[in-house]
Ligand binder design. Structure first.
Ligand SMILES: [Fe+2]
Ligand SMILES: [Fe+2]
Length: 327
């Protein structure tokens, strides 16, 4: 088994069709802090961030996921990863310093599931707003937490992140009868929380959502009031609730282009050496929502296309290898 010093999911870049409209949603309504902007980009950070950005909005003709990015522990780690990805024959390119404003030299790949994934070490500093309480507004988002990715071959990609990159599993979902049980979803982490990356068996590669951490359930309820009073009631897609998986309290919102964000809080510590992953069955009504309520159809069906790191084109969506088998 190989391991790499990957610290955590640290930012994402969304391609959006209208920057001004996006700014109103992300800055005025959600309360992200604008670090800087140019005619094609807005660089955003959250309240706790001491770095340049945790979310980039980039102007494009078609909305899609540009990339998700993991921070690594040193510059040298990037060269170890380069050698590994080269041996794996994965599409890969170097993103030079400041090609993405504020970011040092970074390595970008298309992972085996087809996702645009970046690894970086260096990021420009920015003012940390944690104790500027008089400037916290909107949803009061503290930091990025995780990416939820829809993949066509859950077993292989789960194994790749675990066995090759050294991610750990906190929880997972199976489908099928006891004799014929198969993996349906997994929650993988680098930082000592439930996840940096969730993998779900679906049509893919598509990004389901990016999760952002907020303080508590009351902050999530207040965020809904703030969004609704700001004219964004219809952007609240899945009402607040508690997940069975991860124990987190949540609400899901969508931007003008359909990018989905989860406001997320209340998961738990996972780094003890004797941690044993928690197993759920897909048919358990308390898995997705602990209170037993069903998510809306749009939440179940819709997700964002992802970009090819070499051509900029959208990656073709395929059917999952393993179809759902109900008992
Ligand atoms: Fe990046
Ligand atoms: Fe999530």
């Amino acid at each position: 088994m190989i391991g790499f010093d990957i610290i955590r999911l640290a930012h994402a870049e969304f391609n959006v069709t209208d920057l001004e409209r996006a700014r109103d949603f992300y800055v005025n309504a959600l309360g992200f802090i604008e670090t800087e902007a140019d005619s094609n980009h807005i660089y955003l950070r959250a309240i706790e961030d001491g770095n340049h950005h945790c979310l980039v909005l980039t102007k494009a003709d078609t909305p899609s996921l540009n990339h998700i990015a993991y921070r690594v522990g040193s510059e040298e780690e990037l060269y170890k990863l380069e050698a590994f990805f080269q041996a794996q024959n994965l599409p890969m390119r170097w993103v030079e310093k400041d090609e993405e404003r504020g970011q040092g030299r970074a390595l970008r790949i298309q992972d085996p599931a087809g996702f645009p994934v970046e690894f970086f070490f260096e990021m420009e500093k920015a003012e940390r707003m944690l104790q500027k309480f008089n400037q916290h507004t909107g949803a009061k988002i503290k930091r990025i937490d995780h990416a939820n990715c829809l993949v066509t071959d859950i077993y292989c990609i789960h194994k790749w992140y675990m066995e090759e990159l050294g991610f750990k599993c906190s929880e997972y979902t199976v489908v099928g009868s006891a004799e014929n049980e198969r993996l349906w979803a997994s929650w993988l982490h680098r930082k000592p929380s439930v996840h940096d990356l969730a993998l779900v068996n679906e049509r893919g590669p598509r990004l389901h959502h990016i999760g952002f951490w907020v303080d508590d359930a009351k902050t999530i309820l207040d965020a809904c009031d703030y969004l609704a009073a700001s004219g964004y009631a219809l952007h609240i897609e899945r009402s607040p609730g508690r997940h069975g998986t991860s124990n987190a309290f949540f609400v899901y919102v969508r931007d003008w282009d359909g990018h989905r964000l989860e406001l997320y809080t209340g998961d738990y510590f996972t780094n003890d050496p004797d941690w044993e992953p928690i197993k759920w069955h897909l048919e358990d009504p308390q898995r997705a929502t602990f209170w037993g309520t069903e998510p809306p159809q749009t939440w179940k069906k819709e997700a964002m296309l992802v970009q090819n790191i070499l051509t900029g084109e959208l990656v073709e969506v395929k059917e999952p290898v393993s179809k759902k088998v109900t008992k």
